[in-house]
Design a protein around this ligand. Structure first.
Ligand SMILES: Nc1nc2c(ncn2[C@@H]2O[C@H](COP(=O)(O)OP(=O)(O)OP(=O)(O)O)[C@@H](O)[C@H]2O)c(=O)[nH]1
Length: 348
């Protein structure tokens, strides 16, 4: 790929590439960035054709497929280029914006001091060649005002460019957010969970604080298949949304909630005691159990909703996979012991 392109051209390509990633719900990874940038640049028709095919079939492009396309048509150099580009744009514009503000400030104070001098001179009746000096200062003042006008105009143009870059950055953040979010529930999605869980375990291991417990709470709506079969998939989606609302109402800043699978959710976070964890999980369990739905045209069709919970307290230096396995096992026991209940994984 030709990297010797102007900043303006790169900005144009980025501006077109980001909405593509948003549209097809692809996370902003360097690889996705690279293939879409190349796509909108149009420099590799074979890449465009392949990406068009994948999108036509799947309405998105999976990480694996994106990597495959990248490996086939692009190189590692392209990747480095993309990783650096967005930051470079923003950094450069920020710096220039600062410089011009300083220049404008200087030119303003220069004008002010010239005006002051001019006034002072005007008040001095006994100065030799008074009119010459005054004329000279007047010219300098005019030049300074012109310089200030020029700087202001330059700043306006720069502000426009700066805002465009800012918009680009925001679009990038939004597309990242969209790529991490489950659209039905608004929770983080499985992809984000897979990214986060290892970091969650690692951070706790490195900064383990006496008296702080890190926990993974897994829960799953009971008999959801039966519900879907009896009420239809659409009503099932409605239940997922209702459950999500109840869960959201209990969330705090120290907790993260994810849609782990179809009707299965995970919460990770920190508590100070097992008692607090149990109280928290039980509140959610009861909130979900307070829900009931019925068919529009059948008053006798009322069906209660419930969920089962499996908790696993993190032991330092445990891998994410082990924590998940323990919570999953506890959830399985909650299911087999009658559902609508909470089980804690044994601390072995
Ligand atoms: N409506 C709806 N259903 C979904 C969605 N995702 C998964 N499901 C359904 O969720 C059901 C899950 O069924 P199972 O895994 O057998 O579990 P279950 O019926 O809840 O039974 P237990 O977990 O043992 O209580 C399946 O019928 C899936 O089709 C979704 O997004 N919307």
């Amino acid at each position: 790929m030709d990297h010797a392109v102007s900043l303006a051209h790169s900005a144009q390509c980025l501006k077109k590439a980001i909405p593509m990633m948003v549209k097809y719900r692809m996370p902003v990874t360097p690889i996705n960035y690279a293939i879409w940038y190349c796509y909108v640049q149009g420099s590799k028709p074979a890449l465009n054709a392949e990406l068009d095919d994948v999108i036509a079939q799947q309405q998105t492009c999976t990480q694996n497929k994106a990597k495959e396309i990248f490996d086939k048509h692009l190189s590692e150099d392209d990747l480095v280029f993309f990783q650096e580009m967005a930051d470079r744009f923003h950094g450069t514009m920020e710096q220039v914006q600062q410089d011009i503000s300083i220049t404008l400030g200087h030119s303003k104070s220069f004008t002010t001091s010239l005006v002051d001098s001019q006034n002072e001179l005007a008040n001095l009746a006994n100065v030799n060649s008074f009119n010459e000096i005054l004329g000279c200062v007047e010219r300098l003042t005019d030049e300074s005002v012109a310089m200030q006008d020029y700087a202001r105009e330059f700043q306006t143009k720069l502000a426009v460019a700066y805002n465009e870059i800012k918009d680009l950055k925001e679009a990038l953040n939004l597309s990242k957010e969209a790529a991490d979010t489950d659209p039905l529930t608004g929770f983080f999605n499985r992809r984000k969970f897979d990214d986060d869980i290892q970091l969650f375990c690692q951070t706790y291991s490195e900064q383990a604080d006496e008296g702080v417990l890190a926990v993974l709470i897994m829960f799953d709506i009971d008999h959801f298949k039966r519900f879907n079969d009896d009420f239809g998939h659409q009503k099932g989606d409605e239940v997922l949304k209702l459950v999500a609302k109840k869960v959201s109402q209990n969330m705090t800043d120290t907790l993260n909630v994810y849609r782990y699978g179809g009707e299965e959710f995970c919460i990770t976070g920190y508590f100070t005691s097992i008692n607090d964890i149990m109280k928290f999980a039980d509140k959610i369990r009861l909130d979900i159990a307070s829900l009931a739905v019925r068919k529009k045209d059948d008053i006798n069709s009322k069906r209660a909703i419930s969920a089962s919970f499996g908790l696993a307290i993190l032991r330092p230096f445990t891998k994410g996979a082990v924590l998940i396995e323990r919570a999953d096992r506890a959830l399985y026991i909650a299911k087999t012991h009658g559902r609508n209940r909470i089980e804690i994984a044994p601390d072995i």
